[in-house]
Design a protein around this ligand. Structure first.
Ligand code: HMG
Ligand code: MG
Length: 308
């Protein structure tokens, strides 16, 4: 069942930076996207068209989208929470939009101020308008393995939202462990519920690494044939509404594992580590990822050896 090729959807510029307290300029975000596409990433979630009052870091959304030099074959997506977001986002001509709902009621209220059912109603006109313009719609189900307010989230609760998204007509269903509390068996169970309603090539996993389980969870997904995962360069990220949840699984950590398994991604490690170094310099802190740290240390050591 293990796939021969895996697609990594880079979510660092959006999910990674949305929670970043320090200001990051639009130019730096654009440079980050350029560096990611140079490393071979073919799907990049660039920004979100959400309320700047709630997520000020994404206030430069249109500016960033306008300045990106698009490369053919790369898909640029943006997160959209409502019609207002779509109306702004569509001028930026994204290839794909991401709509999101929580598997837990409590989280839905805190994240987007409404119930799960209400969030679906909000998305109805968004999905319709996007599809009319030929824009692909990816859905993300957050808190699919656990919720900071409710605790454990059951596979039944996940499947309920999968069904709602299916009825809404989205193209793709992403299952997100926002808190990073999932472990492989439970993750496989949640994925299996998504696969009851969406084909294998339209189901993806999005894992935060808070408890160090993300790679095991991805490995569990690979065993089911799943082959699309969201990752974030340098392990950037966290959700502003899920306190304590750390970053998404790092792109370089996942790439290292996939290379070891002989699975193709089209991404090159060395240029990706250049991106990790860029992010590290930009934010003035080392990456949280193990592979990022190890390979930057190896680079520093060989540069030191060359200069002596
Ligand atoms: P609302 O219902 O309008 O209510 O927005 P509000 O009181 O929150 O609105 C606040 C202000 O934002 C109002 O303006 C609105 O007009 C305006 P004011 O009257 O104060 O001047 N507004 C907007 N402005 C720009 N663009 C828009 C927009 N919509 C309203 N699209 C809403 C509800 C959900 C839009 C708002 O609460 C919001 O944007 N929240 C932020 C949600 C968010 O970005 N969450 C993080 C992303 S989800 C995530 O990270 C999880 C995921 O990655 C999976 C995982 O990691 O596990 C997907
Ligand atoms: Mg995330």
């Amino acid at each position: 069942m293990r796939p021969e090729h895996v697609t990594l959807v880079e979510v660092g510029p959006r999910d990674g930076l949305q929670n970043e307290a320090q200001a990051v300029s639009a130019e730096a975000k654009v440079a980050l996207v350029h560096s990611l596409q140079a490393a071979g990433l073919k799907e990049i979630e660039v920004t979100s068209f959400v309320s700047p009052r709630w997520v000020p870091q994404m206030a430069d959304n249109a500016q960033v989208m306008a300045k990106i030099q698009r490369v053919p074959g790369v898909r640029y997506s943006v997160l959209v929470p409502n019609v207002r977001g779509w109306e702004s986002a569509c001028h930026s001509q994204p290839d794909e939009i991401v709509v999101f709902a929580a598997a837990s009621e409590a989280f839905s209220q805190r994240n987007i101020n409404c119930s799960i059912e209400e969030s679906m109603l909000r998305f109805e006109p968004v999905v319709k308008a996007a599809k009319e313009q030929g824009v692909k719609v990816r859905a993300a189900i957050s808190c699919a393995l656990g919720c900071p307010y409710q605790g454990t989230v059951s596979a039944d609760e996940v499947e309920r939202v999968v069904r709602l998204f299916k009825d809404l007509g989205v193209d793709h269903c992403g299952v997100a462990d926002t808190l990073g509390v999932g472990t492989p068996d439970r993750v496989q169970e949640a994925m299996e519920r998504a696969l009851r309603h969406f084909p294998l090539h339209e189901v993806s996993g999005h894992f935060h690494d808070t408890y160090g389980q993300a790679l095991s969870n991805i490995y569990g997904c690979l065993q089911m044939g799943l082959h699309i995962f969201d990752t974030s360069v340098a392990g950037l990220g966290g959700c502003p509404y899920a306190k304590g949840a750390t970053g998404n699984v790092a792109t370089e950590d996942v790439l290292f594992m996939l290379q070891g398994l002989g699975i193709e991604t089209g991404i090159q490690m060395e240029p990706l580590i250049d991106t990790v170094a860029m992010v590290s310099g930009l934010l003035q802190r080392p990456p949280v990822s193990r592979v990022g740290r190890a390979l930057l240390a190896k680079r520093a050591a060989s540069e030191g050896a060359c200069s002596t």
